[in-house]
Design a protein around this ligand. Sequence first.
Ligand SMILES: Nc1nc2c(ncn2[C@@H]2O[C@H](COP(=O)(O)OP(=O)(O)OP(=O)(O)O)[C@@H](O)[C@H]2O)c(=O)[nH]1
Length: 513
Amino acid sequence: MAMQSLAATSRAQPAQLAGRPAGRAAQAASITARCMAAGAARQRQQGGPSLPPPPPAAAATLRSRRRGTRCQAAAESDIIDVEGKVIDDRVPVTVITGFLGSGKTTLLNNILRREHGRRIAVIENEFGEIDIDSDLVSVEEALDPSKEQIMMLNNGCLCCTVRDDLVDMLNTLYERRDQFDRIVIETTGLAQPAPIIQTFFLEPKVADRMKLDGVVTLVDAKHVELHLDEEKPEGVVNEAMEQIAYADRIILNKTDLVEASDLERLEERIAAINSMAQIRRAQKSEVPIDYVLGVGGFDLEKVEDDVLAEEAHHHSHAHSHSHDHEHEHSHSYSHDHECSGADCSHESHSHSHSHAHSHDHDHSHEHEHEHSHASSSSGSDHECSGAGCSHHSHSHGHSHQHHDDAVSSVSISIEGDMDLDKVNYWLGGLMEVNYWLGGLMEVKSNDLYRMKGVLAIKDFPARFVFQGVHMLFEGMPDREWKEGEKRVSKMVFIGKDLDRQLIEEGFRECLVK
Ligand SMILES: Nc1nc2c(ncn2[C@@H]2O[C@H](COP(=O)(O)OP(=O)(O)OP(=O)(O)O)[C@@H](O)[C@H]2O)c(=O)[nH]1
Protein backbone atom coordinates (compact mmCIF):
# COMPACT_ATOMS: atom_id res chain seq x y z
CA MET A 1 0.00 0.00 0.00
CA ALA A 2 1.52 3.28 -1.01
CA MET A 3 1.69 6.28 1.24
CA GLN A 4 -0.56 8.31 -0.99
CA SER A 5 -3.29 5.74 -0.66
CA LEU A 6 -3.41 6.27 3.05
CA ALA A 7 -6.64 8.22 3.07
CA ALA A 8 -8.21 5.78 0.66
CA THR A 9 -8.04 2.78 2.95
CA SER A 10 -11.34 1.28 3.87
CA ARG A 11 -10.59 2.03 7.49
CA ALA A 12 -10.50 5.77 6.89
CA GLN A 13 -13.62 7.60 7.92
CA PRO A 14 -14.58 11.04 6.70
CA ALA A 15 -14.08 13.86 9.12
CA GLN A 16 -17.28 14.87 10.79
CA LEU A 17 -17.91 18.53 10.33
CA ALA A 18 -20.02 20.42 12.78
CA GLY A 19 -23.26 21.65 11.35
CA ARG A 20 -22.88 19.82 8.08
CA PRO A 21 -24.39 16.62 6.83
CA ALA A 22 -21.91 13.79 6.98
CA GLY A 23 -22.71 12.89 3.38
CA ARG A 24 -21.28 16.10 2.04
CA ALA A 25 -18.19 15.74 4.13
CA ALA A 26 -17.81 12.16 3.04
CA GLN A 27 -18.05 13.19 -0.57
CA ALA A 28 -15.36 15.80 -0.14
CA ALA A 29 -13.15 13.46 1.82
CA SER A 30 -13.46 10.76 -0.77
CA ILE A 31 -12.28 13.18 -3.43
CA THR A 32 -9.07 13.61 -1.52
CA ALA A 33 -8.92 9.86 -1.09
CA ARG A 34 -9.50 9.24 -4.80
CA CYS A 35 -6.81 11.74 -5.66
CA MET A 36 -4.38 10.03 -3.39
CA ALA A 37 -5.31 6.60 -4.70
CA ALA A 38 -5.03 7.85 -8.28
CA GLY A 39 -1.53 9.09 -7.60
CA ALA A 40 -0.50 5.75 -6.14
CA ALA A 41 -2.05 3.80 -9.02
CA ARG A 42 -0.32 6.01 -11.56
CA GLN A 43 2.98 5.40 -9.89
CA ARG A 44 2.40 1.65 -9.84
CA GLN A 45 1.57 1.70 -13.55
CA GLN A 46 4.79 3.53 -14.18
CA GLY A 47 6.54 0.67 -12.42
CA GLY A 48 8.43 3.05 -10.21
CA PRO A 49 8.57 3.13 -6.46
CA SER A 50 5.39 4.20 -4.74
CA LEU A 51 7.09 7.33 -3.43
CA PRO A 52 9.31 8.56 -6.21
CA PRO A 53 11.47 11.63 -5.88
CA PRO A 54 9.59 14.60 -7.33
CA PRO A 55 10.68 15.35 -10.87
CA PRO A 56 9.01 18.54 -12.19
CA ALA A 57 6.04 16.68 -13.70
CA ALA A 58 5.38 14.75 -10.50
CA ALA A 59 5.63 17.93 -8.49
CA ALA A 60 2.96 19.43 -10.69
CA THR A 61 0.75 16.43 -10.11
CA LEU A 62 1.24 16.58 -6.38
CA ARG A 63 0.49 20.26 -6.19
CA SER A 64 -2.60 19.73 -8.24
CA ARG A 65 -3.63 16.92 -6.02
CA ARG A 66 -3.46 19.29 -3.08
CA ARG A 67 -6.13 21.32 -4.74
CA GLY A 68 -8.60 18.58 -4.04
CA THR A 69 -10.47 18.27 -7.27
CA ARG A 70 -7.68 18.52 -9.77
CA CYS A 71 -5.91 15.35 -8.88
CA GLN A 72 -4.75 14.30 -12.29
CA ALA A 73 -1.79 15.93 -13.95
CA ALA A 74 -1.68 19.71 -14.15
CA ALA A 75 -5.05 21.07 -15.13
CA GLU A 76 -5.37 23.31 -18.16
CA SER A 77 -6.02 26.35 -16.02
CA ASP A 78 -2.93 25.79 -13.90
CA ILE A 79 -0.16 28.28 -14.35
CA ILE A 80 3.09 26.47 -15.04
CA ASP A 81 6.48 28.08 -14.50
CA VAL A 82 9.50 27.67 -16.79
CA GLU A 83 10.57 24.50 -14.97
CA GLY A 84 7.17 22.96 -15.50
CA LYS A 85 6.04 23.40 -11.91
CA VAL A 86 2.55 24.52 -11.10
CA ILE A 87 2.52 27.99 -9.60
CA ASP A 88 0.18 28.05 -6.65
CA ASP A 89 -1.98 31.04 -7.48
CA ARG A 90 -4.64 30.37 -4.90
CA VAL A 91 -5.62 33.22 -2.60
CA PRO A 92 -3.90 32.99 0.78
CA VAL A 93 -6.26 33.15 3.73
CA THR A 94 -5.30 34.03 7.29
CA VAL A 95 -7.59 33.06 10.16
CA ILE A 96 -7.36 35.25 13.25
CA THR A 97 -8.74 33.59 16.30
CA GLY A 98 -8.55 34.05 20.07
CA PHE A 99 -10.89 34.23 23.01
CA LEU A 100 -13.36 37.06 23.56
CA GLY A 101 -11.54 40.34 24.12
CA SER A 102 -8.07 38.96 23.43
CA GLY A 103 -7.25 41.64 20.84
CA LYS A 104 -8.35 40.27 17.46
CA THR A 105 -10.03 43.43 16.22
CA THR A 106 -7.09 45.48 17.50
CA LEU A 107 -4.77 43.28 15.42
CA LEU A 108 -6.99 43.62 12.38
CA ASN A 109 -7.00 47.39 12.76
CA ASN A 110 -3.20 47.39 13.01
CA ILE A 111 -2.90 45.33 9.84
CA LEU A 112 -5.33 47.44 7.87
CA ARG A 113 -3.89 50.77 8.91
CA ARG A 114 -0.30 49.89 8.18
CA GLU A 115 1.41 50.53 4.86
CA HIS A 116 2.45 47.13 3.64
CA GLY A 117 1.38 47.12 0.03
CA ARG A 118 -0.96 44.17 0.38
CA ARG A 119 -4.62 44.45 -0.57
CA ILE A 120 -6.67 42.63 2.02
CA ALA A 121 -10.28 41.53 1.95
CA VAL A 122 -11.76 40.91 5.37
CA ILE A 123 -14.42 38.52 6.57
CA GLU A 124 -15.57 39.69 9.95
CA ASN A 125 -17.54 37.33 12.10
CA GLU A 126 -19.57 38.90 14.89
CA PHE A 127 -21.50 36.26 16.72
CA GLY A 128 -24.81 37.49 18.06
CA GLU A 129 -23.99 41.14 17.47
CA ILE A 130 -26.76 43.32 16.20
CA ASP A 131 -24.85 46.56 16.12
CA ILE A 132 -21.42 46.82 14.67
CA ASP A 133 -19.20 47.79 17.58
CA SER A 134 -16.94 50.80 17.60
CA ASP A 135 -13.81 48.78 16.88
CA LEU A 136 -15.46 47.33 13.86
CA VAL A 137 -16.41 50.78 12.64
CA SER A 138 -12.79 51.79 12.85
CA VAL A 139 -11.94 48.69 10.87
CA GLU A 140 -14.43 49.76 8.28
CA GLU A 141 -12.99 53.26 8.10
CA ALA A 142 -9.46 51.96 7.79
CA LEU A 143 -10.50 49.41 5.26
CA ASP A 144 -12.92 51.29 3.17
CA PRO A 145 -12.14 55.01 2.94
CA SER A 146 -12.83 55.04 -0.77
CA LYS A 147 -15.50 52.33 -0.73
CA GLU A 148 -13.27 50.22 -2.91
CA GLN A 149 -12.14 47.69 -0.38
CA ILE A 150 -14.08 44.65 0.54
CA MET A 151 -15.36 43.66 3.91
CA MET A 152 -17.95 41.02 4.58
CA LEU A 153 -19.79 40.68 7.82
CA ASN A 154 -21.23 37.52 9.15
CA ASN A 155 -23.70 37.52 11.98
CA GLY A 156 -23.31 34.06 13.44
CA CYS A 157 -20.60 31.61 14.31
CA LEU A 158 -18.56 30.65 11.28
CA CYS A 159 -17.42 27.40 12.81
CA CYS A 160 -20.82 25.87 13.29
CA THR A 161 -24.28 26.99 12.33
CA VAL A 162 -23.28 29.20 9.46
CA ARG A 163 -20.25 27.38 8.16
CA ASP A 164 -21.99 27.17 4.80
CA ASP A 165 -21.96 30.96 4.90
CA LEU A 166 -18.21 30.91 5.06
CA VAL A 167 -18.05 28.83 1.91
CA ASP A 168 -20.52 31.15 0.19
CA MET A 169 -18.65 34.25 1.30
CA LEU A 170 -15.32 32.90 0.12
CA ASN A 171 -16.79 32.01 -3.25
CA THR A 172 -18.50 35.40 -3.55
CA LEU A 173 -15.30 37.17 -2.64
CA TYR A 174 -13.47 35.17 -5.25
CA GLU A 175 -15.55 36.79 -7.94
CA ARG A 176 -13.74 40.04 -7.07
CA ARG A 177 -10.40 38.37 -6.92
CA ASP A 178 -8.64 41.07 -8.92
CA GLN A 179 -9.38 43.57 -6.13
CA PHE A 180 -7.39 41.94 -3.35
CA ASP A 181 -4.29 39.83 -2.74
CA ARG A 182 -5.32 37.95 0.35
CA ILE A 183 -8.16 37.35 2.75
CA VAL A 184 -8.18 37.74 6.52
CA ILE A 185 -10.96 36.13 8.54
CA GLU A 186 -11.56 37.36 12.07
CA THR A 187 -13.52 34.73 13.94
CA THR A 188 -15.68 35.24 16.98
CA GLY A 189 -14.05 34.70 20.34
CA LEU A 190 -15.95 31.46 20.79
CA ALA A 191 -15.16 29.95 17.43
CA GLN A 192 -13.60 26.52 17.19
CA PRO A 193 -10.83 26.58 14.62
CA ALA A 194 -11.09 22.99 13.34
CA PRO A 195 -14.21 23.31 11.14
CA ILE A 196 -12.92 26.58 9.70
CA ILE A 197 -9.57 24.99 8.89
CA GLN A 198 -11.23 21.95 7.36
CA THR A 199 -13.26 24.15 5.04
CA PHE A 200 -10.08 24.85 3.10
CA PHE A 201 -9.39 21.17 2.56
CA LEU A 202 -12.82 19.60 2.35
CA GLU A 203 -14.74 22.05 0.20
CA PRO A 204 -13.44 21.32 -3.30
CA LYS A 205 -14.26 24.70 -4.78
CA VAL A 206 -12.72 26.56 -1.89
CA ALA A 207 -9.66 24.27 -1.85
CA ASP A 208 -9.22 24.95 -5.52
CA ARG A 209 -9.32 28.72 -5.15
CA MET A 210 -7.91 29.48 -1.71
CA LYS A 211 -5.22 28.12 0.52
CA LEU A 212 -5.06 28.45 4.24
CA ASP A 213 -1.94 30.46 4.98
CA GLY A 214 -2.06 30.27 8.75
CA VAL A 215 -4.02 30.40 11.95
CA VAL A 216 -3.01 33.28 14.20
CA THR A 217 -4.26 33.09 17.77
CA LEU A 218 -4.46 36.04 20.13
CA VAL A 219 -3.99 35.14 23.78
CA ASP A 220 -5.07 37.53 26.52
CA ALA A 221 -2.21 37.33 29.00
CA LYS A 222 -4.42 38.56 31.81
CA HIS A 223 -7.33 36.19 31.43
CA VAL A 224 -6.27 33.17 29.43
CA GLU A 225 -5.55 30.98 32.44
CA LEU A 226 -9.08 31.47 33.66
CA HIS A 227 -10.35 30.14 30.38
CA LEU A 228 -7.83 27.31 30.13
CA ASP A 229 -8.66 26.18 33.64
CA GLU A 230 -12.37 26.28 33.10
CA GLU A 231 -13.89 22.87 33.71
CA LYS A 232 -16.01 21.87 30.74
CA PRO A 233 -18.59 19.12 30.78
CA GLU A 234 -17.64 15.86 29.06
CA GLY A 235 -17.51 16.34 25.31
CA VAL A 236 -17.61 20.14 25.45
CA VAL A 237 -14.72 21.88 23.80
CA ASN A 238 -12.52 24.31 25.70
CA GLU A 239 -12.34 26.95 22.96
CA ALA A 240 -9.38 28.78 24.49
CA MET A 241 -7.33 25.59 24.50
CA GLU A 242 -8.33 24.60 20.97
CA GLN A 243 -7.54 28.05 19.64
CA ILE A 244 -4.00 27.66 21.00
CA ALA A 245 -3.68 24.06 19.82
CA TYR A 246 -4.49 24.88 16.19
CA ALA A 247 -2.36 28.01 15.94
CA ASP A 248 0.59 28.49 13.64
CA ARG A 249 1.42 31.78 15.32
CA ILE A 250 0.48 32.94 18.79
CA ILE A 251 0.37 36.53 19.96
CA LEU A 252 0.59 36.73 23.73
CA ASN A 253 -1.22 40.04 24.04
CA LYS A 254 -1.94 42.48 26.86
CA THR A 255 1.48 41.96 28.36
CA ASP A 256 1.10 45.33 30.09
CA LEU A 257 -1.46 43.78 32.42
CA VAL A 258 0.70 41.03 33.94
CA GLU A 259 4.13 40.52 35.50
CA ALA A 260 7.16 39.21 33.61
CA SER A 261 7.03 36.00 35.64
CA ASP A 262 3.42 35.47 34.57
CA LEU A 263 4.50 35.75 30.95
CA GLU A 264 7.17 33.11 31.35
CA ARG A 265 4.72 30.76 32.97
CA LEU A 266 2.14 31.44 30.27
CA GLU A 267 4.62 30.86 27.48
CA GLU A 268 5.54 27.56 29.01
CA ARG A 269 1.94 26.54 29.31
CA ILE A 270 1.13 27.59 25.75
CA ALA A 271 4.17 25.75 24.41
CA ALA A 272 3.10 22.63 26.27
CA ILE A 273 -0.22 22.72 24.43
CA ASN A 274 1.27 23.61 21.06
CA SER A 275 4.99 23.22 20.64
CA MET A 276 4.96 23.98 16.90
CA ALA A 277 3.58 27.51 17.02
CA GLN A 278 5.80 30.52 17.43
CA ILE A 279 4.87 32.71 20.39
CA ARG A 280 5.38 36.47 20.44
CA ARG A 281 4.59 38.91 23.22
CA ALA A 282 2.65 42.05 22.34
CA GLN A 283 0.78 45.05 23.62
CA LYS A 284 -2.20 46.27 21.68
CA SER A 285 -1.62 43.36 19.29
CA GLU A 286 1.44 45.12 17.83
CA VAL A 287 3.51 42.58 15.87
CA PRO A 288 5.37 42.73 12.56
CA ILE A 289 3.05 42.15 9.62
CA ASP A 290 5.11 39.16 8.48
CA TYR A 291 4.39 37.45 11.75
CA VAL A 292 0.73 37.32 10.72
CA LEU A 293 0.66 37.23 6.92
CA GLY A 294 2.63 34.81 4.73
CA VAL A 295 3.04 32.22 7.48
CA GLY A 296 2.71 29.09 5.29
CA GLY A 297 1.51 27.06 8.24
CA PHE A 298 -0.06 24.41 6.01
CA ASP A 299 2.59 24.35 3.29
CA LEU A 300 4.25 21.01 2.87
CA GLU A 301 7.35 22.87 1.76
CA LYS A 302 7.62 24.39 5.22
CA VAL A 303 7.02 21.25 7.21
CA GLU A 304 10.70 20.70 7.84
CA ASP A 305 11.17 24.24 9.16
CA ASP A 306 8.27 23.77 11.54
CA VAL A 307 9.49 20.41 12.75
CA LEU A 308 13.03 21.73 13.23
CA ALA A 309 11.73 24.85 14.97
CA GLU A 310 9.77 22.64 17.34
CA GLU A 311 12.88 20.63 18.07
CA ALA A 312 14.95 23.75 18.70
CA HIS A 313 12.21 25.10 20.90
CA HIS A 314 12.01 21.86 22.79
CA HIS A 315 15.73 21.76 23.44
CA SER A 316 16.03 25.37 24.52
CA HIS A 317 12.95 24.94 26.66
CA ALA A 318 14.20 21.74 28.21
CA HIS A 319 17.62 23.10 28.99
CA SER A 320 17.01 26.68 29.93
CA HIS A 321 13.65 27.32 31.48
CA SER A 322 13.42 28.24 35.10
CA HIS A 323 10.50 28.52 37.45
CA ASP A 324 9.96 30.97 40.17
CA HIS A 325 7.35 28.96 41.90
CA GLU A 326 7.08 25.82 43.88
CA HIS A 327 7.81 22.66 41.93
CA GLU A 328 9.16 19.22 42.13
CA HIS A 329 11.46 17.64 39.64
CA SER A 330 12.26 14.02 39.38
CA HIS A 331 14.63 12.85 36.70
CA SER A 332 14.87 9.15 36.14
CA TYR A 333 17.22 8.47 33.32
CA SER A 334 18.29 4.92 32.91
CA HIS A 335 21.56 6.10 31.47
CA ASP A 336 24.51 4.54 33.09
CA HIS A 337 26.97 7.21 32.17
CA GLU A 338 27.02 10.72 30.90
CA CYS A 339 28.87 12.08 27.98
CA SER A 340 29.35 15.40 26.34
CA GLY A 341 31.59 16.67 23.63
CA ALA A 342 32.44 15.93 20.07
CA ASP A 343 32.77 12.18 20.20
CA CYS A 344 29.65 11.29 22.06
CA SER A 345 27.47 8.93 20.13
CA HIS A 346 24.95 6.31 21.04
CA GLU A 347 22.48 3.97 19.55
CA SER A 348 19.26 5.11 20.93
CA HIS A 349 17.99 7.80 23.22
CA SER A 350 14.70 9.10 24.31
CA HIS A 351 13.45 11.38 26.98
CA SER A 352 10.31 13.00 28.07
CA HIS A 353 9.14 15.31 30.75
CA SER A 354 5.82 16.11 32.16
CA HIS A 355 4.73 19.12 34.12
CA ALA A 356 1.71 19.14 36.32
CA HIS A 357 0.43 22.55 37.31
CA SER A 358 -2.41 23.14 39.60
CA HIS A 359 -4.02 26.50 40.11
CA ASP A 360 -6.03 27.59 43.01
CA HIS A 361 -9.26 29.24 42.18
CA ASP A 362 -8.47 32.82 43.10
CA HIS A 363 -5.57 32.71 40.70
CA SER A 364 -2.79 33.55 43.03
CA HIS A 365 -0.72 31.29 40.78
CA GLU A 366 0.23 28.70 43.24
CA HIS A 367 2.00 26.13 41.18
CA GLU A 368 3.09 22.64 41.75
CA HIS A 369 5.30 21.26 39.07
CA GLU A 370 6.31 17.73 38.67
CA HIS A 371 8.92 16.98 36.13
CA SER A 372 9.86 13.49 35.34
CA HIS A 373 12.37 12.56 32.74
CA ALA A 374 12.30 8.94 31.81
CA SER A 375 14.46 7.29 29.28
CA SER A 376 12.39 4.53 27.85
CA SER A 377 14.38 3.36 24.92
CA SER A 378 15.92 -0.02 25.34
CA GLY A 379 19.20 0.97 23.81
CA SER A 380 19.55 4.16 25.77
CA ASP A 381 22.66 3.69 27.75
CA HIS A 382 24.01 7.16 28.31
CA GLU A 383 23.31 10.83 28.11
CA CYS A 384 25.10 13.10 25.75
CA SER A 385 25.32 16.67 24.62
CA GLY A 386 27.59 18.59 22.33
CA ALA A 387 28.06 19.23 18.66
CA GLY A 388 29.15 15.77 17.70
CA CYS A 389 26.64 13.87 19.70
CA SER A 390 25.01 11.50 17.29
CA HIS A 391 22.13 9.17 17.89
CA HIS A 392 20.97 6.27 15.85
CA SER A 393 17.64 6.84 17.34
CA HIS A 394 16.55 9.79 19.36
CA SER A 395 13.11 10.61 20.37
CA HIS A 396 11.61 13.03 22.75
CA GLY A 397 8.20 14.05 23.74
CA HIS A 398 6.86 16.38 26.27
CA SER A 399 3.50 16.29 27.78
CA HIS A 400 2.97 19.01 30.31
CA GLN A 401 -0.14 18.65 32.32
CA HIS A 402 -1.35 21.88 33.75
CA HIS A 403 -4.30 21.30 35.93
CA ASP A 404 -6.34 19.29 33.46
CA ASP A 405 -4.79 20.45 30.22
CA ALA A 406 -5.56 17.43 28.16
CA VAL A 407 -4.15 19.02 25.02
CA SER A 408 -0.43 18.66 24.49
CA SER A 409 2.32 18.21 21.93
CA VAL A 410 4.41 15.12 21.36
CA SER A 411 7.45 15.09 19.13
CA ILE A 412 9.55 12.16 18.03
CA SER A 413 12.73 11.90 16.07
CA ILE A 414 14.19 8.54 15.10
CA GLU A 415 17.21 7.75 12.99
CA GLY A 416 16.94 4.87 10.56
CA ASP A 417 14.72 3.86 7.67
CA MET A 418 11.01 3.43 8.06
CA ASP A 419 9.01 0.59 6.57
CA LEU A 420 6.41 2.26 4.36
CA ASP A 421 3.66 -0.29 4.92
CA LYS A 422 4.11 -0.13 8.65
CA VAL A 423 4.03 3.67 8.63
CA ASN A 424 0.87 3.59 6.55
CA TYR A 425 -0.77 1.17 8.90
CA TRP A 426 0.32 3.05 11.97
CA LEU A 427 -0.65 6.51 10.73
CA GLY A 428 -3.93 5.11 9.43
CA GLY A 429 -4.61 3.80 12.92
CA LEU A 430 -3.71 7.12 14.50
CA MET A 431 -6.06 8.98 12.25
CA GLU A 432 -8.98 6.65 12.58
CA VAL A 433 -11.83 6.89 15.02
CA ASN A 434 -11.65 4.18 17.65
CA TYR A 435 -9.32 2.02 15.63
CA TRP A 436 -7.07 -0.34 17.51
CA LEU A 437 -3.58 -0.76 16.21
CA GLY A 438 -2.26 -4.17 17.13
CA GLY A 439 -4.18 -3.94 20.37
CA LEU A 440 -1.77 -1.20 21.40
CA MET A 441 -3.16 2.09 20.42
CA GLU A 442 -6.52 3.70 20.44
CA VAL A 443 -6.50 7.29 19.40
CA LYS A 444 -9.63 9.06 18.39
CA SER A 445 -8.98 11.08 15.28
CA ASN A 446 -11.02 13.90 16.72
CA ASP A 447 -8.41 14.11 19.42
CA LEU A 448 -5.49 14.30 17.02
CA TYR A 449 -5.59 17.95 16.02
CA ARG A 450 -2.53 18.50 13.92
CA MET A 451 0.59 16.65 12.92
CA LYS A 452 3.60 17.32 10.75
CA GLY A 453 6.51 15.18 9.82
CA VAL A 454 9.49 14.36 7.65
CA LEU A 455 10.08 10.66 7.01
CA ALA A 456 12.98 8.56 5.78
CA ILE A 457 11.41 5.66 3.88
CA LYS A 458 13.44 2.60 3.00
CA ASP A 459 14.68 2.56 -0.60
CA PHE A 460 13.42 6.07 -1.31
CA PRO A 461 16.02 8.64 -2.19
CA ALA A 462 13.66 11.51 -1.32
CA ARG A 463 12.33 12.56 2.03
CA PHE A 464 8.59 12.33 2.50
CA VAL A 465 6.93 15.35 4.11
CA PHE A 466 3.37 15.40 5.34
CA GLN A 467 0.96 17.31 7.46
CA GLY A 468 -2.46 16.48 8.79
CA VAL A 469 -5.47 18.04 10.42
CA HIS A 470 -7.62 15.42 12.11
CA MET A 471 -8.23 12.81 9.43
CA LEU A 472 -7.09 14.99 6.58
CA PHE A 473 -3.66 14.07 5.45
CA GLU A 474 -1.48 15.38 2.68
CA GLY A 475 2.04 14.48 1.87
CA MET A 476 4.55 14.42 -0.91
CA PRO A 477 8.13 13.49 -1.67
CA ASP A 478 10.39 16.39 -0.88
CA ARG A 479 14.03 16.94 -1.81
CA GLU A 480 16.44 14.03 -2.00
CA TRP A 481 18.50 13.06 1.00
CA LYS A 482 21.95 14.55 0.67
CA GLU A 483 25.13 12.56 0.57
CA GLY A 484 26.13 11.74 4.14
CA GLU A 485 22.94 13.24 5.59
CA LYS A 486 21.49 11.23 8.43
CA ARG A 487 18.19 9.63 7.51
CA VAL A 488 16.14 10.81 10.45
CA SER A 489 12.34 10.76 10.64
CA LYS A 490 10.72 13.48 12.70
CA MET A 491 7.11 13.91 13.65
CA VAL A 492 5.19 16.31 15.84
CA PHE A 493 1.65 15.68 17.07
CA ILE A 494 -0.72 18.05 18.80
CA GLY A 495 -3.83 16.61 20.34
CA LYS A 496 -5.93 15.70 23.28
CA ASP A 497 -4.99 12.94 25.71
CA LEU A 498 -2.02 11.92 23.60
CA ASP A 499 -0.07 9.06 25.06
CA ARG A 500 3.52 9.91 24.27
CA GLN A 501 4.85 6.49 25.11
CA LEU A 502 2.36 4.66 22.92
CA ILE A 503 2.96 7.03 20.04
CA GLU A 504 6.69 6.64 20.38
CA GLU A 505 6.46 2.87 20.57
CA GLY A 506 4.19 2.77 17.53
CA PHE A 507 6.56 4.93 15.55
CA ARG A 508 9.58 2.89 16.61
CA GLU A 509 7.79 -0.25 15.48
CA CYS A 510 7.75 1.20 11.97
CA LEU A 511 11.53 1.09 11.72
CA VAL A 512 12.88 -1.42 9.21
CA LYS A 513 14.06 -4.32 11.31
N1 LIG B 1 -4.46 46.87 28.33
C1 LIG B 1 -4.53 46.39 27.09
N2 LIG B 1 -5.70 46.43 26.43
C2 LIG B 1 -5.74 45.92 25.17
C3 LIG B 1 -4.59 45.38 24.55
N3 LIG B 1 -4.94 44.97 23.32
C4 LIG B 1 -6.24 45.23 23.17
N4 LIG B 1 -6.74 45.82 24.29
C5 LIG B 1 -8.11 46.26 24.54
O1 LIG B 1 -8.89 45.11 24.84
C6 LIG B 1 -10.22 45.30 24.38
C7 LIG B 1 -10.63 44.14 23.48
O2 LIG B 1 -9.84 44.20 22.31
P1 LIG B 1 -10.40 43.71 20.91
O3 LIG B 1 -9.34 43.90 19.90
O4 LIG B 1 -11.73 44.28 20.63
O5 LIG B 1 -10.58 42.16 21.25
P2 LIG B 1 -11.35 41.08 20.37
O6 LIG B 1 -10.58 39.81 20.52
O7 LIG B 1 -11.57 41.55 18.99
O8 LIG B 1 -12.70 41.01 21.16
P3 LIG B 1 -14.07 40.24 20.73
O9 LIG B 1 -14.41 40.71 19.35
O10 LIG B 1 -15.04 40.63 21.78
O11 LIG B 1 -13.78 38.79 20.79
C8 LIG B 1 -10.24 46.64 23.64
O12 LIG B 1 -10.71 47.60 24.54
C9 LIG B 1 -8.77 46.89 23.34
O13 LIG B 1 -8.45 48.26 23.25
C10 LIG B 1 -3.36 45.36 25.29
O14 LIG B 1 -2.31 44.90 24.85
N5 LIG B 1 -3.40 45.88 26.55
